[in-house]
Design a protein around this ligand. Structure first.
Ligand code: TYD
Length: 137
């Protein structure tokens, strides 16, 4: 899967409270090596502002809402609004991402296909565009 995609997750509706889940490779198209979460984001703040050479991610708004803006470095820019805990956004490698418009109490769960590696980051937008252009996906 080379394109970003909203994936609908199972939702077990229950009067005692709903339950959702995902499993590696069954609901998301990679093996999970790492999980992290973003929380306590002050109003108006933006996270991200980088791309990864290899790392793919899957992002779920466990609570609240926020937008993920994805840019393929070649003029393609798309905004995905996450506001339900049974939808997630799959982000392939080589997409410049920004996360913004966090609501109060937003909680973003991110699962990743690689362990943390600063060398995998492209933190300069122009470098990202050149890298994406020269790289076969
Ligand atoms: P970064 O990925 O730049 O945050 P964001 O894109 O959400 O703005 O990470 C911020 C800091 O946290 C950076 O110093 C690296 C560290 N970090 C880890 O140590 N492990 C991780 O898994 C992640 C995602 C970040």
């Amino acid at each position: 899967m080379n394109k970003p995609e909203i994936i609908k997750l199972p939702k077990i509706a229950d009067v005692r409270g709903n339950l959702s889940f995902f499993e590696t490779t069954k609901h998301i198209p990679f093996e999970i090596k790492r999980s992290y979460w973003i929380y306590d984001v002050p109003g108006g703040e933006t996270r991200g502002g980088h791309a990864y050479k290899e790392n793919c991610e899957f992002v779920v708004a466990l609570s609240g809402s926020f937008d993920v803006v994805l840019d393929n470095g070649n003029g393609g820019k798309e905004t995905f609004s996450l506001n339900r805990s049974y939808y997630g956004l799959y982000i392939p490698r080589l997409y410049w991402r920004q996360m913004c418009n966090f609501s109060t109490n937003a909680l973003a769960l991110v699962v990743a296909s690689t362990e943390y590696d600063e060398n995998d980051y492209l933190r300069n937008y122009d470098d990202f565009c050149s890298y994406a252009k020269d790289t076969k996906i």
